[in-house]
Structure formats: structure tokens, C-alpha cells
Design a binder for this molecule. Structure first.
Ligand SMILES: Cc1cc2nc3c(=O)[nH]c(=O)nc-3n(C[C@H](O)[C@H](O)[C@H](O)COP(=O)(O)OP(=O)(O)OC[C@H]3O[C@@H](n4cnc5c(N)ncnc54)[C@H](O)[C@@H]3O)c2cc1C
Length: 433
């Protein structure tokens, strides 16, 4: 009997131990995911801006295949055997979760019942309801580098059937993200008379990914280059490839030139930019959905030390930096720069609290402030920027700070009002495909 007990114990005790560890780890994971879900819901961030999954928890059996399939780790999490979107702001809408779900519990939708997402009307030729005005890439509702690349190329295939006459250009391409670059190469290949303008730099949204970000994509055809068989790379490598192509093929892109207006002119359009205007038969809008960064509108803002997103905290080492804004982007920028050696960081926000940001980021700000690594100026506004200083107003008190760099994270002016103004029909989707 004793011998049997010993044998049973030899097997049962380790088994029970494994079971306890298994249950405990799952419990901890559930609690972590639940806390994250509560945090983002409380911060009003539970609704992603673009295409995203809606998970039918009645159908979901908790297989976890969607969690594994999502390349942006931590966007979907399991809570008590059901999948939930626990970090929607990082969802980029590639839909791998839907394909991976064995129970057909996932639908991909734009917007939600309470938050509409504006999607312009675009035909399969990429022409909008305004003849001659085309849209390619994420602006049309389909995110991802491969889709944008393919759409830029295909849009030019449609545009080349409707060339300009006389001095008119065949097409003005707006934007040099993956869609605009692919379209520009397509226009070169088809010998179209074209101009490409870009308000910022090559690469679009990709150029603003965090440093070292792993980029997951799928093979796509770039005109004049051929099939790009990239599946997994880094932001830097992908940008390096694109810069190499631009250099080797002498691709002309007018950087730092922003589209301001498009007006109908006879059988074509007049495109007004910050640097001039163009007469063209067609316009291809490949401007993505991030819009144009919202500016402060203060004297000195045009200096090169003012930027509108953070790419590499390290570049601010040993500098006096001001971060402006109160959302997650601002808080993340301020705290990550505050971690750099020899840096003094001030975070200025016009409201009295950071109610729009995630609890996790608010905590990081509190910690950095308590450790003396970050100064926070709530209810403050930037008044003027000079070469080595920045002047602020905090509830009537003037504050002057030494300054080498300013990062403005004040959101973007989204393209929808502009699309409507130029006559493009836009449908607001409330949680529909
Ligand atoms: C954090 C993050 C991670 C991502 N990770 C991945 C990933 O791993 N894999 C993947 O496939 N996709 C990923 N995506 C999505 C992908 O980056 C986008 O879907 C893709 O860049 C869209 O390409 P686009 O050319 O349509 O637009 P964009 O890349 O946004 O380019 C638009 C360009 O137009 C310019 N522009 C805008 N307005 C004007 C104007 N008025 N005048 C002149 N120029 C203008 C902008 O400056 C910009 O350069 C990610 C997105 C984010 C935000």
C-alpha cells in the first residue's frame, strides 16, 4: 500500500504541479490582458482608426490562433478563453487574425457604432466619383505596404488611358509613401509626364515607424524594379531599399512640397502646392490617412529644430528638448527621450491633465517627473520659438526655456474635409466592412 502511494505520488505530484503552474500562468495572463483592456477602454482608446477585427465572443473558442497570427504582438489577447482586441491603437488592419481563426469568429470592419471612419468612394480603377481624380493606398481604406504598392502601380495603369493634352501634365502624384513611390515608378515606366510632390520625406508612414521596427509585408511588384520579395525586414532596411531605387533610377520627387488645393480647370485640374501650381489631366492622391501634422502656428515654428514625430530618442542625447501634446504619442516621446543621458525634457500640454492618454503612459510620466528626469507644464502654450530658446505661457506666467529641439505631437489635420471640398464622395462607416 505504502509502495503504491509512493509510486502514485511520484507521478501525481509532478502532474499536479504542472497543472497548478499552467492554471496560474493562464490566470496571470488573463489578469494582465484584462487590466490592459480596462485601461484602454477607460482612456477612450478602444476603437482603432482603421480596418480592424471585431471578435464574436460567442463563436470564439479561445484557440489563440489569432493571437499568434497577429504580427503586431500584444494587439489581441485572451481573457477567460476568449480573444479580445486589447491594444487597438497598434492594430494596422492586415487581417491575418481573420484568416487564422478556425471558428470564423472574426469580421474586419471600419469604425465602430460610436466612431465613424471616413472612406472615400473609389472604383476598381481607383478613380473616384470625380473623373480624373484617383486615390491609391491607405487613403482608400486598404492599409499595408503591399496593398499600397500594388494600388499605386494599378492606378497608373488606369491613368495612362487618359493622357493630358498640350502643356498639361498626364498626372500629378501626391505623396511618396509606398503607394506614391510605386505610382511614380509606374508613371516613369509608362513615360507619363508627371510630377510627384511630398510634404515630408520618402517612405510615408514607414519613415515614421519607431527605430528598428520589424516590418512584415508580402511580395509586391514595383514598376521598373520587379517583384520585391520582402516578407520580414526592418524599417531602416526597407527605407534603404527605397532610397537606393530612387537614387539608381533617378526618380524625381519634389520633397517638402505640400498639396494645398485642387480645382477643376477645363478637361483637367489646377493643382496648387506650397511651391507653385501645375496643370494636369489627372491627379493621384496617395496621401495615406495620417494627414498633415497639426502645427502650433507660432513665430519660429518653421525652423528645422521643430519636428512632428519622434523616430529616434538617441538623437536628442545631451539636448534641451520640448515635447508638445497630451496624447500617447507625446507622453511616449517625452518619457523615452527623458531616459537618454544628459537630456533635459519638458512636456507642455494646453489642458490641465492627460485624460486622453493610456494609464501606462501617464504612470511613466509620473515616474519620470518624480525621478527629476521630466518637467511637466500643464495648462501651457508655446508662444514663440527662437534659435536656442522657447517661450511659453502658463496661465499668464511667461516661461523661457533653453531649447535645442521641439517635438510637436498635436495630432494631424485629416484629409477628409479636403476630399469633400474637392467633390469626392466620402462614406462614414460605423463598424461595417
Ligand atoms: C506603427 C505602424 C506600423 C505599421 N506596420 C506595418 C507593417 O509591418 N506592415 C505593413 O504592411 N504595414 C504596416 N503599417 C501600415 C503601413 O505603413 C501603411 O498602410 C502604408 O504606409 C500606407 O501607404 P500609403 O502610401 O498609402 O500612405 P503613407 O505611407 O501614409 O504615405 C502618404 C504620404 O503622403 C504624404 N502627404 C500627405 N498629405 C500630403 C499633402 N497634402 N501634400 C503632399 N504630401 C502629402 C505624407 O507625407 C506621406 O509621405 C503600419 C502602420 C503604422 C502606423
Amino acid at each position: 500500500m505504502d509502495r503504491e502511494m509512493v509510486i502514485y505520488s511520484m507521478y501525481l505530484v509532478p502532474l499536479a504541479l504542472v497543472l497548478v503552474i499552467y492554471v496560474w500562468r493562464h490566470y496571470r495572463r488573463d489578469q494582465r490582458h484584462l487590466a490592459q483592456l480596462r485601461d484602454i477602454t477607460a482612456a477612450g482608446l478602444a476603437e482603432p482608426a482603421t480596418l480592424h477585427p471585431v471578435i464574436d465572443t460567442k463563436r470564439c473558442l479561445g484557440a489563440g490562433t489569432c493571437v499568434k497570427a497577429c504580427v503586431e504582438a500584444g494587439v489581441i489577447g485572451l481573457i477567460r478563453g476568449k480573444a479580445y482586441l486589447i491594444d487597438p491603437s497598434r492594430c494596422i488592419g492586415h487581417g491575418l487574425c481573420k484568416a487564422a481563426c478556425p471558428h470564423d469568429a472574426i469580421t474586419l470592419v471600419f469604425g465602430s457604432a460610436t466612431r465613424g471612419v471616413d472612406i472615400p468612394e473609389v472604383q476598381p480603377t481607383f478613380e473616384t466619383n470625380v473623373p480624373g481624380l484617383y486615390i491609391a493606398g491607405e487613403l482608400g481604406g486598404m492599409g499595408l505596404i503591399r496593398n499600397a504598392t500594388e494600388q499605386g502601380r494599378q492606378a497608373i495603369e488606369s491613368i495612362k488611358k487618359n493622357k493630358g493634352r498640350g502643356k498639361q501634365l498626364d498626372v500629378v502624384i501626391v505623396g511618396a509613401g509606398p503607394a506614391g513611390l510605386s505610382a511614380t515608378l509606374g508613371a516613369m515606366q509608362s513615360k507619363l509626364r508627371h510630377v510627384t510632390i511630398e510634404q515630408d520625406s520618402l517612405g510615408g508612414t514607414v519613415a515614421h515607424y519607431p527605430r528598428g521596427k520589424i516590418v512584415m509585408t508580402q511580395p509586391a511588384v514595383l514598376p521598373l524594379v520587379g517583384k520585391m520579395k520582402i516578407r520580414e525586414t526592418t524599417k531602416e532596411k526597407l527605407l534603404g531599399i527605397w532610397h537606393g531605387i530612387v537614387k539608381k533610377l533617378h526618380v524625381k520627387i519634389r520633397f517638402k512640397e505640400r498639396l494645398e488645393d485642387i480645382t477643376k480647370n477645363g478637361n483637367g485640374f489646377t493643382v496648387k502646392t506650397t511651391r507653385g501650381s501645375y496643370e494636369t489631366r489627372n491627379v493621384l492622391l496617395a496621401i495615406g490617412r495620417r494627414g498633415t501634422p497639426r502645427k502650433l502656428g507660432v513665430p519660429g515654428e518653421e525652423t528645422s529644430k521643430v519636428v512632428y514625430s519622434l523616430t529616434d530618442p538617441e538623437q536628442y542625447r545631451n539636448q534641451h528638448v520640448l515635447v508638445v501634446g497630451g496624447g500617447d504619442a507625446a507622453l511616449e516621446a517625452a518619457t523615452s527621450i527623458a531616459d537618454e543621458r544628459g537630456t533635459t525634457v519638458t512636456l507642455s500640454y494646453r489642458s490641465a491633465g492627460f485624460s486622453r492618454a493610456k494609464q501606462k503612459n501617464r504612470q511613466k510620466v509620473d515616474d519620470a517627473q518624480a525621478a527629476g528626469r521630466l518637467r511637466v507644464l500643464l495648462s501651457s502654450n508655446v508662444k514663440e520659438i527662437t534659435q536656442d530658446k522657447v517661450l511659453l505661457d502658463q496661465e499668464g506666467t511667461a516661461i523661457t526655456l533653453p531649447n535645442n529641439a521641439i517635438i510637436v505631437c498635436a495630432g494631424g489635420v485629416l484629409p477628409t474635409p479636403f476630399l469633400k471640398k474637392i467633390g469626392i464622395s466620402v462614406e462614414t462607416k460605423y463598424g461595417t466592412a
